[in-house]
Design a binder for this molecule. Structure first.
Ligand SMILES: [Zn+2]
Length: 161
């Protein structure tokens, strides 16, 4: 991802346009922070202050806009080629880069394991569950999907032909 998007939560916020408008109008950081909290997209006063001091220039915002456009384009152009595991990985990757998804280390390891092991037919079912879980945001689907997996403990090397 472009560096302009990696470092600042305010730039990445879905409400970034509104944030910038408020800051440019002179609204104090602490009030913008409070407003964001009310919108369900809380950012700290400090994060907003840093954003206000460093990122409010037209030049920087133009870069942010370009990077976001590129990200959207990447999202749309991802096509399935029949390889579900790769598709999941690509979609998840874009979502992570956009800051929309924060998979845990365990989820990441599990997903990698599925990719590594999918020569096995039984991996298809697991993959579907992982897809639902990762893209659904953790435990959104209720079942403790990761607990019966093979992440902890033993593992085996497959496909080393
Ligand atoms: Zn920023």
């Amino acid at each position: 991802m472009r560096p302009v998007l990696t470092l600042c939560h305010a730039c990445r916020s879905p409400l970034s346009d509104a944030i910038n408008k408020r800051l440019k109008a002179g609204e104090p950081d602490v009030r913008v922070s409070k407003w964001l909290e009310e919108q369900g997209h809380y950012l700290s006063r400090l994060a907003i202050g840093k954003h206000r001091r460093e990122h409010l220039t037209d030049e920087f915002q133009a870069q942010v806009k370009a990077a976001k456009k590129e990200l959207e384009r990447n999202k749309k152009t991802i096509k399935g080629d029949g390889d579900l595991a790769k598709l999941v990985r690509d979609v998840a990757m874009v979502a992570v880069e956009a800051g929309e998804l924060r998979p845990t280390l365990q989820e990441g390891l599990r997903a990698q394991e599925i990719l590594d092991r999918r020569v096995e037919k039984s991996a298809d079912r697991d993959l579907t569950l992982i897809l639902a879980q990762v893209l659904g945001g953790g435990q959104a689907y209720g079942a403790p999907l990761l607990t019966d997996g093979a992440v902890e403990g033993e593992y085996e090397v497959v496909g080393e032909a």
